[in-house]
Design a binder for this molecule. Structure first.
Ligand SMILES: *[C@@H]1O[C@H](CO)[C@@H](O)[C@H](O)[C@H]1NC(C)=O
Ligand SMILES: *[C@@H]1O[C@H](CO)[C@@H](O)[C@H](O)[C@H]1NC(C)=O
Length: 288
C-alpha cells in the first residue's frame, strides 16, 4: 500500500514537474525575462485554462517579461489580478513599446497601487515619436485586486482602443498631421516595479515593504498581430487580421467610452490647462 501510494506520489510529482517545465518552456518560447528570473513564477492550469505567469516584486527587485516578437499593429490581451491590500507605490503594467529611444512609440496600460481601501488608478497613455503626455486615468468599476480581469489593447492604423473586460473605455484616433504610432514595430511588455517616487498620491505615499513580496499573476495572454522581421524589414499579418486591422468603435461602443468618461475618468490630459499653458495638444479638440 505504502509502495503504491509513493509510486502514485512520484507520478503526481513528475506530472507537476513536467507541467511546470511545459509552462516554463512555453514562456521561454514567447518571452524574454526582464530583471531577475527568480522573480517569475510559472503555472500550467491545463489545456483549457492555459498558462499562468506571475511577477514578483521585493526589496531586491521587480520583474517583467517582454515578447520576443515585434509587432506592427495587432490586438493584445491579458488577464491580471493586481496586488491586494496595501499596494501603494507598486506599478503593474501591460504595454507595447518600440524601445528606449527619444523618438519611441508606446501604448500603455499601467496600474498605480494605493493604500488599503483607496482606489487603484488605471493609467492609459499613448506615445508617438517620443511625445507621451496623453494620459487618461480611470478608477475602475470593480476592485482589480479581487479577481482576474481582462485588459486589451487594439492597435491599428486608424486608432488605438483600450478595453476592460470587453468594455471600450478609451479610443485614441489617428488624425492627419498629428502624432500617432504607425511605423515603429513594438514588443509587448508586462512588468511589476517600485514606483514609489511617482505612483501613489503623487509620490507622497511610498511602498510598504512590510507587505512584500508583492505578486501579480498574469494569464490568458493573447497576442494577435502583424509580426515584423528585423532581418528582412518585412511585416507578416496573420490570417483574419482584417477584423482588428479595420476595427473602429461603432455608435454603441462609443457610448461605453462616454459612460467610462463620465463615471470612471479621474484624469484627462485634455482638461489639464495647467500642464498645457500654451494650448492643448491638437487631438484634444477633435470629435471621436
Ligand atoms: C489613491 O487614493 C487617493 C484617495 O482616495 C486618490 O486621491 C488617488 O487618486 C488614488 N490613487 C493613486 C494612484 O494615488
Ligand atoms: C523598413 O521599411 C519601411 C517601409 O516599409 C521603411 O520606411 C524603413 O526605412 C525600412 N527600414 C530599414 C532599416 O530599411
Amino acid at each position: 500500500m505504502a509502495a503504491r501510494s509513493s509510486a502514485l506520489l512520484a507520478v503526481l510529482v513528475l506530472l507537476a514537474v513536467s507541467f511546470l517545465a511545459g509552462a516554463k518552456a512555453d514562456f521561454d518560447d514567447q518571452f524574454e525575462v526582464i530583471g531577475d528570473r527568480d522573480h517569475i513564477g510559472y503555472r500550467d492550469d491545463g489545456k483549457d485554462k492555459g498558462q499562468e505567469f506571475s511577477l514578483e516584486l521585493d526589496q531586491e527587485s521587480g520583474s517583467g517579461f517582454k515578447s520576443k516578437a515585434k509587432y506592427l499593429f495587432g490586438e493584445f490581451e491579458v488577464k491580471m489580478k493586481l496586488v491586494d491590500g496595501n499596494s501603494a507605490g507598486t506599478v503593474t503594467s501591460f504595454y507595447l513599446t518600440s524601445g528606449e529611444s527619444a523618438t519611441h512609440d508606446e501604448i500603455d496600460i499601467e496600474f498605480m497601487g494605493n493604500s488599503s481601501g483607496d482606489p487603484y488608478v488605471m493609467n492609459t497613455n499613448v506615445w508617438a515619436s517620443g511625445d507621451g503626455k496623453k494620459e487618461h486615468q480611470f478608477y475602475l468599476w470593480f476592485d482589480p485586486s479581487a479577481d482576474f480581469h481582462t485588459y486589451k489593447i487594439t492597435w491599428n492604423p486608424k486608432n488605438i482602443i483600450f478595453e476592460v473586460d470587453g468594455v471600450p473605455v478609451r479610443t485614441f484616433k489617428k488624425y492627419d498631421g498629428l502624432p500617432f504610432p504607425s511605423s515603429r514595430p513594438m514588443t509587448v511588455h508586462a512588468t511589476l516595479w517600485d514606483g514609489s517616487y511617482w505612483a501613489t498620491q503623487h509620490g507622497t505615499v511610498k511602498i510598504h515593504w512590510r507587505h512584500h513580496p508583492f505578486v501579480v499573476p498574469y494569464k490568458a495572454y493573447h497576442a494577435n498581430g502583424c509580426v515584423h522581421d528585423k532581418a528582412t524589414n518585412k511585416t507578416a499579418c496573420p490570417a483574419g487580421s482584417d477584423a482588428w486591422m479595420r476595427r473602429e468603435l461603432g455608435e454603441e461602443e462609443l457610448k461605453t467610452v462616454a459612460w467610462a468618461e463620465r463615471n470612471c475618468l479621474s484624469y484627462n490630459y485634455c482638461a489639464d490647462g495647467w500642464r498645457f499653458p500654451k494650448g492643448f495638444p491638437g487631438e484634444c479638440g477633435r470629435d471621436l
